[in-house]
Design a binder for this molecule. Structure first.
Ligand SMILES: NC(=O)c1ccc[n+]([C@@H]2O[C@H](COP(=O)([O-])OP(=O)(O)OC[C@H]3O[C@@H](n4cnc5c(N)ncnc54)[C@H](OP(=O)(O)O)[C@@H]3O)[C@@H](O)[C@H]2O)c1
Length: 252
């Protein structure tokens, strides 16, 4: 059986990734603060199990993932195991000097520290697995350019990029065969984009450009974007450890 653990499955890209993996007969374990009833109720070749967790709470993150790892290890029929770290937040959207400390702490915990904690547990717990592990971390173009108001988001995504590239290098040197890579989904029609459009121009200088993405129908559907990632995940031989894979590699 194929197993996949996906963070942020309650909505947006994560919900589409979970659904498409289930369509491909994967047993998906989803993590978010809220359940996604449509995944629980879906009648698809693969199943869905939900673990509630707030990834801004680091001890909760560690404890939930220890339980997930124990549950997965009990499956005697595991032939592959995917980890997709998709959960993230874009807030606070605000110039430095006007931010709330608690919001900054939550932001870094969800976007950067939780993927680091989970990856560390994962690689340790499945060190002796008899198949290569595949880990996809969802990034953003914001990692590579400075956007007024996205100082937190750009920093955590840039941190995630460097972390992923470095873990990939270590796995290469250690000859584990494990593959750790980045996926850039580009702009999609999700609640995160709604939050971006609701920012004030003083908080986010590009707000009009992002409002135009919505009115011009430039935001991709999450099912279309998720299919690009899922096709890659299911063709693991062609994943290059440490690669930066973008939806724009398919839709030029
Ligand atoms: N939308 C875009 O245009 C765009 C562009 C580039 C990159 N991305 C990236 O794509 C990924 C998915 O984004 P999206 O647009 O689908 O976002 P979204 O619609 O806002 O969904 C975010 C997901 O993350 C989960 N999440 C957020 N905070 C959490 C927390 N504290 N604990 C547990 N789960 C949490 C949410 O679940 P709960 O709220 O239920 O906890 C939700 O399932 C993110 O990594 C994002 O940075 C998005």
């Amino acid at each position: 059986m194929k197993y996949a653990v996906v963070t942020g499955t309650s909505k947006g890209l994560g919900a589409s990734i979970a659904k498409l993996l289930m369509e491909a007969s994967c047993h998906v374990i989803g993590i978010a603060r809220n359940n996604n009833q449509s995944l629980t109720d879906a009648e698809l070749p693969g199943t869905y199990s939900y673990y509630q967790a707030d990834l801004s709470d680091l001890s909760q993150t560690e404890n939930i993932f220890k339980s997930i790892i124990d549950d997965v290890k009990e499956k005697g029929d595991m032939e592959s195991l995917l980890l997709v770290q998709n959960a993230a937040l874009v807030t606070p959207i605000e110039q430095a000097g006007k931010q709330n400390t608690g919001q900054l702490v939550n932001h870094v915990h969800v976007n950067l520290l939780s993927p680091m904690i989970i990856t560390n547990l994962w690689l340790d717990s499945f060190r002796d697995s008899n198949f290569p592990l595949v880990i996809a971390n969802v990034t953003s173009g914001a990692a590579n350019r400075s956007v007024y108001g996205w100082n937190a988001y750009g920093s955590t995504k840039a941190g995630l990029d460097r972390y992923t590239a470095t873990v990939a290098l270590e796995q290469d040197e250690l000859n584990t065969g494990n593959k750790v890579f980045l996926f850039d989904p580009s702009i999609m029609d999700t609640e995160m984009q709604g939050e971006i459009r609701s920012a004030d121009k003083t908080q986010f200088a590009d707000v009009e450009k992002f409002k135009a993405y919505k009115t011009n129908n430039s935001l991709r559907d999450t099912d279309v974007v998720a299919q690009v990632l899922v096709d890659r995940l299911l063709d693991a031989d062609n994943i290059k450890n440490g690669e930066y894979y973008s939806v724009k590699d398919i839709f030029k």
